[in-house]
Design a protein around this ligand. Structure first.
Ligand SMILES: Cc1cc2nc3c(=O)[nH]c(=O)nc-3n(C[C@H](O)[C@H](O)[C@H](O)COP(=O)(O)O)c2cc1C
Length: 219
């Protein structure tokens, strides 16, 4: 087992190499499958694995559409969110993984990926973009903040949204708890690889015993 490490000054490598290091190292990544609507009312649907939940007061998620490598333009999802300030994050289960992947193709602006993939738009409660009916969890979001990290290929904009409505299929959410075995989420790895969440182990949270009177939290 080699113990030496390769150390890289990230300023000395091209962004494509940095990208490979990021997506190979930060694994597995959850996938936010984001539906939006254009000002003309056309639906858009695309997956993003630079995605996570961030806070619960307010309930917030974030994801990062990069600048498109092919033409240096913003992705359609970001264009729509800038215009309408709303989006829906749908969670990808094994059953819809292939259709999700189909939605990642570089369709021209104005092409509805619901139609291209055969997924079904379902009316949301509050926001204009639709839910993906086949997704077992949907989060209706209102835009809170955009943080531009860079506007050239390799760059992107972090989109932060408040989850104003949460939907889950009845069998997936029981007594407020998400049932993993029913959700069957899919995660993204490096390259074109994906993972199921099936090899699970638990670690009970340790408690720190500080003698009474010495706990800085009590001072
Ligand atoms: C599983 C998966 C995860 C992806 N994650 C991202 C991501 O985090 N950021 C990004 O810019 N593109 C990501 N992509 C690529 C976009 O889905 C793709 O560029 C898509 O065409 C964007 O669509 P839009 O222009 O309609 O917004 C991902 C693709 C796949 C298949």
């Amino acid at each position: 087992m080699p113990e030496t490490k390769i150390s890289i000054n990230t300023k000395e490598i091209p962004f494509q190499e940095r990208y490979k290091l990021l997506i190979g190292s930060i694994v597995p990544r959850p996938i936010g499958f984001v539906s939006t609507i254009s000002p003309k009312g056309i639906y858009n649907l695309a997956p993003f694995s630079f995605f996570n939940g961030v806070c619960s007061e307010p309930m917030t998620v974030l994801f990062c559409p990069a600048i498109r490598g092919s033409d240096g333009q913003e992705k359609d999802t970001l264009k729509n969110i800038k215009a309408t300030k709303e989006f829906v994050v749908n969670i990808v289960s094994e059953e819809i993984a292939e259709k999700m992947n189909q939605c990642s193709a570089e369709y021209p602006y104005g092409v509805d990926e619901f139609k291209e993939s055969g997924l079904t738009p379902e009316k949301a409660k509050i926001v204009k973009p639709p839910l993906v009916k086949e997704a077992k969890i949907n989060m209706e979001c209102k835009l809170l903040n955009l943080v531009e990290i860079g506007n050239k290929p390799g760059g992107g904009t972090v989109v932060i949204g408040e989850v104003v409505y949460f939907h889950a299929r009845e069998d997936v959410c029981q007594n407020g708890k998400i049932i993993l075995s029913k959700l069957k989420p899919v995660a993204r790895l490096g390259g074109t690889d994906y993972a199921r969440v099936t090899d699970i182990f638990s670690l009970p949270r340790p408690t720190v015993k500080i003698p009474v009177g010495e706990n800085p939290n009590n001072k």
